[in-house]
Design a protein around this ligand. Structure first.
Ligand SMILES: *Cc1c(COP(=O)(O)O)cnc(C)c1O
Length: 372
């Protein structure tokens, strides 16, 4: 699905040198590499504060703690996504409220958000799924009207741009009250271990969060709030510093590969290619995800396995049907899109090193199978 080795080979000298430099200075935790990376990412995203932490799941949890969400507060998020989002809501004893997504973008449906709002609702967590920005115009409008926080889960869409109705644009993750991201190796900006970060434009929230990530300390050995221990280490920051200048190029390579896939599937019955809204830069293709609409998704998956072509089914089970998150509050009739998507989606290999020959082989194999 990804080719981390091929990507590493091209930046090997820079990465190796940076890692050796960290070893030489022995500033393994909170070293200068971490602080410099933080500044460089703030600049790239045009966001006031980046607070690095240990992984993308922590980032979500810390953002919710920083915003002061309390047990019983309701948090609305998408039913069709990775479990980390709903997991941290539940861990903090907040009440997850899962809602359906849009059939074309796979992102949280603003109409479903509106219907789910109660007097206990405190926050909305849109996930920019598979690399495509959610409908932030509508989401920010709803949030403003009901005085809700918006936490963007930007683990899959770093570098994507959102274009507002008024013609302005911002980077995904720079729009809500806070955002989280993950630097897991296979993400669009991945390190060589675990890593994550929280973003915000709010000075006070940034200050609160800087204490939370460090055991609730604002002054050494004075613990003012209950915090956690969540840090990005200097070696990972060094890797990220070597990769950040390439992020636009990496995302461009993904967009080019996506274009070739989409071109190859033009007119093929039973296949729906990823939908984007006009502008090329709103989708950074963390995944290239097809809908197989003729009931043959599972047969295709089996065929790809036999041909040695990697694929992923993201995600095979709606969150509201997962054992850990089942709840009698949920009504199947409220999730028609997610319930259908879990039967239709299949993600193809997507990374920065895909070449024409690989794309031709993958698309050719799929077309041949579907035309039988
Ligand atoms: C990867 C991911 C996370 C979690 O990130 P980790 O660094 O693995 O903890 C959270 N949300 C989404 C949508 C993700 O894709």
């Amino acid at each position: 699905m990804v080719d981390l080795k091929g990507q590493y080979e091209k930046i090997k000298d820079t990465v190796n040198y940076s890692i050796l430099e960290v070893l030489d200075t022995t500033a393994f935790i909170n070293g200068p590499e971490v602080q410099t990376f933080q500044k460089e990412l703030e600049e790239y995203l045009d966001v006031k504060h980046v607070i690095p932490c240990a992984n993308g799941t922590d980032a979500l949890q810390i953002a919710m703690m920083g915003l002061g969400l309390k047990p019983g507060d309701e948090v609305i998020t998408a039913d069709f996504t990775f479990a980390a989002t709903v997991e941290v809501i539940a861990l903090l004893q907040l009440t997850p409220v899962l809602v359906d997504v849009e059939p074309d973008t796979f992102n949280i449906d603003p109409e479903a958000i509106k219907k789910a709002i109660t007097p206990k609702t405190k926050a909305i967590v849109p996930v920019h799924l598979f690399g495509q920005t959610a409908n932030m115009d509508a989401i920010m409008e709803i949030a403003e009207e009901h005085k809700l926080f918006v936490i963007e889960d930007n683990a899959q869409a770093i570098g994507a741009n959102y274009h507002f109705k008024d013609g302005s644009s911002k980077k995904a993750g720079a729009i809500g009250h806070a955002a989280s991201t993950s630097f897991f190796p296979s993400k669009n900006l991945g390190c060589y271990g675990d890593g994550g970060a929280i973003f915000t434009n709010d000075d006070e929230l940034a200050h609160t969060i800087r204490g939370i990530v460090n055991h609730g300390m604002y002054e050494r050995y004075h613990h003012d709030v209950v915090g956690v221990n969540s840090r990005l280490d200097s070696i990972q920051a060094a890797v990220l510093r070597a990769k950040l200048p390439n992020l636009n190029k990496y995302n461009k390579a993904r967009q080019e590969a996506a274009k070739k896939y989409t071109e190859a599937f033009r007119g093929v019955a039973g296949v729906t290619v990823p939908y984007t809204e006009g502008k090329d830069d709103t989708h950074v293709y963390h995944q290239y995800t097809l809908k197989i609409t003729n009931g043959k998704r599972d047969a295709l998956a089996k065929h790809l396995s036999e041909k040695g072509i990697p694929f992923g089914i993201y995600y095979p089970i709606p969150l509201h049907s997962q054992k850990a998150y089942k709840d009698e509050r949920y009504n199947e009739a409220d999730f028609p899109v997610t319930n259908q998507l879990v039967q239709e989606v299949i993600s193809l290999p997507m990374h920065t090193e895909l070449d024409d020959e690989q794309i031709d082989y993958i698309t050719g194999t799929i077309k041949e199978f579907l035309n039988q």
